[in-house]
Design a protein around this ligand. Sequence first.
Ligand SMILES: Nc1ncnc2c1ncn2[C@@H]1O[C@H](COP(=O)(O)OP(=O)(O)OP(=O)(O)O)[C@@H](O)[C@H]1O
Length: 529
Amino acid sequence: MEVGGMDSRQANRHESQQWRLNGMHQALSLVECETPRELRLCCCDILRRDWGFEWVQCLYIDGDGRWLAIDDADARLDCDDFRHPFAHAIRQETGMTLALGEARSRLDHPDFQRDVAELPVHWRLRILPLRARDEHREWLGVLAIAGNAVFLDERLDSPDFHAFETLVCRLWAALSRRCGERSQRVHLQNSLAQLNTRDRRRSMCEQMAVDILGQSDAIQRLRHQVVRAAETNLAVLLQGETGTGKDRVARAIHRFSARGNGPFMAINCAAIPETLLESELFGHIRGAFSGADESREGLIAQADGGTLFLDEIGDMPLALQAKLLRVLESGRYRPLGAGEERRADMRLIAATHQPLRERIQDKRFRADLFYRLGQFPVTLPPLRERRGDIPELANAFVRDFCHREGREELTITSAALRQLRDRDYPGNVRELKNLIDYACAMSPPGEDIGPMALPGEGVSSESPLDAVTAETDTASVRDLRRAVREYEASVIRQRLLYYDGNRTLAAASLGVPKRTLAHKCQQMELDAK
Ligand SMILES: Nc1ncnc2c1ncn2[C@@H]1O[C@H](COP(=O)(O)OP(=O)(O)OP(=O)(O)O)[C@@H](O)[C@H]1O
């Protein structure tokens, strides 16, 4: 008897030691949870596995306190829907025990009926509203456990379960606060980052406004696009009529980009004879072709770490277009005559005033290159679509002129500004600038620039160009060919001067193709843009 008594005491002690050990393991698993969701799932696991409850649900009250929800399930329950016993327990702030057989016939909430439909009728359901066990005492959710009545009462009314429940509630409250604070912090950091990005972009647009002038919506949008383009390394395709500021915009993108301290290499594809363009871009090694006495780096290599600007890309010969596409796609290029490829680390900006889609249809421009170049397309507005910017531009060009020429300050009258606003500008901002330069030059010192100082539309007969050409002295001509060449050079020089070096406009005004003009300039060694 004594022996038997000893055995059962030992067995009891062993069981309670085992239970305590289990309890510690349970506490450890709960404490290691990092989010309220993890904690709830862990709590249900323990109740099923270690406590032997077959049916357990842990519901939480979501953010705005309106809903009771279960992790990883779509269904949720309105906390004000008293017909459901879980909501009722929360609102009454007290636990409930329901006999399932009776509850099934008495409580007609469809969700509740569905949830307990499979449970044996002789079982009981315990509903325990859970709240934080600290000074805040906020409601956290509901624990619902169903099972055999005796088993349920024995376990749930034990001090061990009370300790377990207390631990779950404490940890749940602490984790909710920590996660809430963390998500608030992340939210705050995100909005601060957004604010910083917005501020930074706004400030970049403001800095750019001293260079890319104008306050029209179109120009403000353009400055915004320049900032966005500068933030990326994408190839940019600038499209717009001649003189709209494509060159200026390309430089701004480079300056404001991460490559801003690197080189900016620019080339006008229309101004270079086809044969030279390839070696200009790719470079060559010594002996690559007759006359290649020295190896020479091309612009792609020179633009390393910076930006390569290809102006008038529409004029690039087809064979070279294919080579350029390969550089863009592989990031590698091969100088003329070289055996090995080299790596190209440059950002490409291309510009054109030609409608490239039409050139694609005419098979003069590769569609694949067009799409590759246009990763970031930017269209510049013509001046006629932003006439409101003309006064600001005109005043700025007057100031520039005076500064450049060391002249005392000149002002432009509002009548002259009105006239400027009403003119046509096929050459866009460049034309306006040339017109202002001319008007400044014609205005006597100390006098305002009035309408009379402005030349007529386009290259008028009163223009200084005609005066120069008309005054050519023919009596002294001894060598006709030479005289014709000189006359031609003088006309081209004057025309380029008038159009600020723009060969497109100069060529158009002289009725010759741009390539012909470019060729003549090269022969005559005339400087142009
Ligand atoms: N928004 C602007 N603010 C101030 N100056 C401008 C602006 N846009 C253009 N300009 C001036 O107009 C002239 C022409 O600009 P730019 O050379 O950039 O035009 P473009 O579109 O590249 O012309 P093209 O197609 O003929 O090469 C330059 O003198 C430039 O400084």
